[in-house]
Design a protein around this ligand. Sequence first.
Ligand code: SF4
Length: 286
Amino acid sequence: MQCPLWWALQYEWTPRRLNGPRDYARVLGRAFTAGMASAHQWQQTAPTSTLIPPGVVDEAVAVATTLAQAGLAELAGFEVSDRDAAMRDAVVPRAQRAVRKAIEQSPIPPEWFSPEMLVEADLGEAYGHAKPDLAVVTPRGYSIVDYKLKLAVRGRSPEERDRNRQFLIQDYEYSWQMYHYCWALSGVTGGEVTTYNIALVTLEPKFQMELLPYEINPESMAMWLGFAERAWADMEAIEMGERDPYTFMPCRSQYGMCDCNLAVWKHHLDPTLMEQDYVRRKHGQR
Ligand code: SF4
């Protein structure tokens, strides 16, 4: 769930500065999921086979490469520090290696792949255009598989890394995005979707991929929907100009301050001052 304040601003303003770790991680993540989608599309048409032919793997890597290069081209106009440059230069090889390894070592049960699965499907306007990476058919009915790519799980010792990994697992347990996907998929398929899986990929110090299963209690889902409907009504009122946007000030994430930080806390939403740190987008550009 996005901060309502940035949600209201981001279609009009874009930051002038690059947030290297976040922006390059985003390009890498998109390239990786596009590459995986290419392989899954093949699996849709060949559901009984568990082995993906080398040509399909190469095609998936090529898709990831194209997406990574396109993402980097969009960021090409920004000034980059030496550290950012190293990250930028690693995006394409990382995306290529991640796709190849993830196909090789996929923990997703092959029997979940079938012609009925949905690959990067837009679930429609009625569901806020939710777009899970995969909707698979498991013995318990439809379920979501969503890829999360991490460079590394942070920590200076194995114990610290293990603790941080546990936090990560808990984070995905109360994920607005995953509740949204399951709710949307229930609506689209007409069945109750109460499970989802995070395909957690870690690139360093060595490639690792695991499938983390989660279950949503139907009462929890009903509660989430109540919260979501209120949030969506708020957003609509903000969009219609009936209400001013607001924030609860999380203002910081693992990648540093959020994009809107300078707009709010330095320029106090004064459009003239905001021009120093943001570019005004063309009308309607999303
Ligand atoms: S800086 Fe604060 S107000 Fe701006 S998007 Fe982040 S959380 Fe919202």
